[in-house]
Design a protein around this ligand. Structure first.
Ligand code: E4P
Length: 196
């Protein structure tokens, strides 16, 4: 299993990289702001360089599908190890799988984010996503069984030989990390505090 850091904090990323603990980094617009990155391009380039060749996920900031594609292409040009986070559905409930397919076909790594069910995992895998982020904390918030979603998704991807790797995010406790690990997550992305 790999461990990613869910952070845009350069000193934390450096610290856990130096210890040989992390295999990649995930961010989103809120994490960037929380960690003082007001210029996404500058911080993304700094992180990508620091962890290269390991992957950095950067999320699109638009609700418009065509704009997602052009924004993703721009983000992708910043460094070779950037994966683009595309949501399962936009804020109007429109599925974004066509965007995922188009980007992967253009050779751009996609992290299909905010997956809350095995159905969404199946659709993201079919669309060709390199990574699929299951949001464990948010599944639990709705009374769901995140460990079951992770375990069933990992089994299904393996049974049908899909390339997609599950990243479990929305981690709220050390117990969530262990639970995701034991359920069969390929990757867990965690805030630095959980590692500490
Ligand atoms: C993972 O890739 C996300 O950045 C993160 O874990 C989001 O979690 P939250 O918004 O539910 O805290």
């Amino acid at each position: 299993m790999e461990i990613f850091l869910d952070s845009a904090n350069l000193s934390e990323i450096q610290k856990w990289t130096d210890m040989g603990i992390i295999d990649g980094v995930t961010t989103n617009p809120s994490i960037m702001l929380k960690d003082g990155a007001y210029n996404i391009e500058t911080r993304a380039k700094e992180i990508a360089k620091l962890i290269s060749p390991n992957p950095l996920s950067v999320e699109v900031t638009t609700n418009d599908l065509a704009e997602m594609v052009s924004q993703a292409k721009k983000f992708d040009s910043w460094a070779q190890n950037i994966a683009i986070k595309i949501p399962q559905i936009n804020q109007d409930g429109v599925p974004c799988y066509g965007v995922i397919k188009q980007l992967e076909e253009a050779g751009i790594m996609v992290n299909a984010t905010v997956a809350l069910s095995i159905g969404q995992v199946m659709l993201s895998a079919k669309a060709g996503a390199t990574y699929i982020s299951i949001f464990a904390g948010r599944i639990s918030d709705e009374g769901g069984d995140s460990a079951a979603v992770i375990a069933n998704s990992a089994d299904w991807l393996e049974r049908w030989d899909y390339k997609s790797k599950i990243i479990v995010g929305s981690i709220r406790s050390v117990g969530d990390v262990i639970s995701a690990a034991l359920a069969g997550a390929h990757i867990v992305t965690t805030p630095p505090a959980m590692l500490a």
